[in-house]
Design a protein around this ligand. Structure first.
Ligand code: CP
Ligand code: NVA
Length: 298
């Protein structure tokens, strides 16, 4: 059966291997395993990191990537996801899809005869979280037993994939979010089934206690633009600043998948401060994805 990466759950048995491979590949130890192979990359939403890192990753592995903006292909004019999947599967070896809807992501994977990689949808962002875990392992030397504290929109793709990713990696996660933006119960349940320790709370005086890793993400994800004003009002007080970082462990690192909106979810002082690893995290998208591709084609 072909492998897909739609959710962090799809890599739960091999996450450690993927992360260790990514760290190894970053040292220059990789072969051109994608020689003669092509990746189609369908984008319904904007992207800097996902687009460029996948394209360069494919080139480094000896393969080729095709950028397909939704409005450049017939999908944007109403061709079905099923037909898009069935046609692309005749030309390419793997499809990366950035979608508005997780349902559409699953539909594409169902009808594609080649592997499908989730390059972000409304529910999950697994490629980012694999790069994040790789970055934590690089910085801390381990994952098991560490505590992550995530501030802000607890109901978005990053929060959900981090909840699953931490559970798989043996890390504890605390989601600090306004009650209306707590994670979907499904992700907490799945994490707990894997033995994950998940806490969810509203912001307090010591929300970042015991944190080895402090994380945030935009308060207004792609697709949420109509709610922007309301969200900015509700999330006020959740900005990761130096006061929050001071509650965490002294050697805590700060992470953000980017793009960041400074002065909202994080201050510039923290994002560019000495605890921040955001640009290593961005770079690691490429190495983690090379390891993901290797895993799919092994
Ligand atoms: N972090 C991330 O996925 O960034 P892009 O939207 O630029 O791809
Ligand atoms: N939660 C953000 C992540 C961007 C990479 C969004 O979906 O817009």
């Amino acid at each position: 059966m072909k492998k897909d990466i739609i959710s962090m759950l799809d890599v739960k048995d091999d996450l450690k291997q993927i992360i260790d491979n990514a760290i190894e590949m970053k040292k220059g130890n990789y072969e051109k395993i994608m020689k003669g192979r092509t990746m189609a990359m369908i984008f319904e939403k904007s992207s800097t990191r996902t687009r460029v890192s996948f394209e360069v990753a494919m080139e480094k592995l000896g393969g080729h990537a095709l950028f397909l903006g939704k409005n450049d292909i017939q999908l944007g004019r109403g061709e079905s996801i099923q037909d898009t999947a069935m046609v692309l599967s005749r030309y390419v070896d793997v499809i990366m899809y950035r979608a508005y809807s997780h349902e559409n992501m699953k539909e594409l994977a169902k009808h594609a005869s080649v592997p499908v990689i989730n390059g972000l949808d409304d529910k999950e962002h697994p490629c980012q979280v694999m790069a994040d875990l790789m970055t934590i392992k690089e910085k801390k030397g381990r994952l098991k037993g560490l505590t992550m504290v995530y501030f802000g929109d607890g109901n978005n793709n990053m929060a959900h994939s981090l909840i699953l990713g931490c559970a798989i990696a043996g890390m504890k996660i605390r989601i600090v979010a306004p009650r209306a933006f707590w994670p979907e119960e499904y992700y907490i349940e799945e994490a707990r089934k894997l033995g994950g320790e998940v806490e969810v709370e509203e912001i307090g005086e010591d929300s970042a206690r015991e944190a080895d890793v402090v994380v945030t993400d935009t308060w207004v994800s792609m697709g949420d633009e109509a709610e922007k004003e309301e969200r900015l009002r509700i999330f006020k007080g959740y900005t990761v600043d130096e006061k929050i970082m001071a509650q965490a462990k002294e050697d805590a690192i700060f992470m953000h998948c980017l793009p960041a909106y400074y002065g909202y979810e994080v201050t510039k002082e923290v994002a560019y401060g000495k605890q921040s690893v955001i640009f290593d995290e961005a770079e690691n998208r490429m190495w983690a994805q090379m390891a993901i591709i290797k895993w799919l084609f092994e």
